[in-house]
Design a protein around this ligand. Sequence first.
Ligand code: NAP
Length: 247
Amino acid sequence: MPTIILITGANSVVGYAAAKVIASSSFEYYVLMAGRNMTKVDAARSELEASGTLKGKLFSIRLDVMHESTIKQAAANVEKQFGRLDVLINNAGVGNRDPDLDTRLRANFDTNVVGPALVSQAFRPLLLKSTNPRSIYISSGSGSIERAAHRTKQVLPNAESYSVSKAALNMLALNEKIDYGAQGLKVFVFCPGFVVSNIRGSSKEERSGGGMAGDPDVSAMMLRDMIEERRDEDIGKFIHRDGIYPW
Ligand SMILES: NC(=O)c1ccc[n+]([C@@H]2O[C@H](COP(=O)([O-])OP(=O)(O)OC[C@H]3O[C@@H](n4cnc5c(N)ncnc54)[C@H](OP(=O)(O)O)[C@@H]3O)[C@@H](O)[C@H]2O)c1
């Protein structure tokens, strides 16, 4: 029986690397690459399929975390096609640093908090049909309140709203653990680390974080470990590439 894994925002960096690494690992993995722009999602899926390295199967699925109708439709489609979901990776995110506080706060909250909350709500009934359900939230070390308590300056200007949204996402994940952990749902929070990304902007300098950003495939391998029960001692924790973050 295949393991059904859905990744939101799977057409870009962290989500894309996760789809690649997971689907390259086992014939049993069916990775549902979810995204809001089907041209981008289909292009990403085709690129991976053309690589010749895949063992598992990829599927494209439309899901805009800002539009609940697409979330509900995606869940209905997964139910119809597979009858359950084994792993949900809430990965889609933005790092909005608009100069206007109201704009950036709402943008980060809509995508990084409200979106994952609605996605989890819609897919949870399908997860609870799995014999080994896993719910993984892609957060950021900047959302650690304990770490922020020792910080004296922002890494980037106007970055506070992103951090606030990720702290809220962490609380969302913990509440899911509280509410559904006893039913067998294994909840993880994961910071992929400072990796090459479109989230900071599209220029070479921004994508590479001034040449400092790491390889998202390494983060993807850690996500695979969470799926393959190698991180089960860290269920309900805030995992990062080199250990565990304080909340
Ligand atoms: N990269 C890092 O250094 C880093 C560090 C810590 C945490 N993270 C977290 O890792 C996750 C992935 O980041 P990334 O580096 O891969 O960023 P990215 O390259 O910007 O990719 C973000 C993905 O989210 C999707 N997305 C944005 N809004 C969406 C919406 N409304 N509905 C559905 N999908 C939406 C994007 O779709 P489009 O392509 O259509 O825009 C894209 O696929 C985020 O949650 C981020 O906060 C990243």
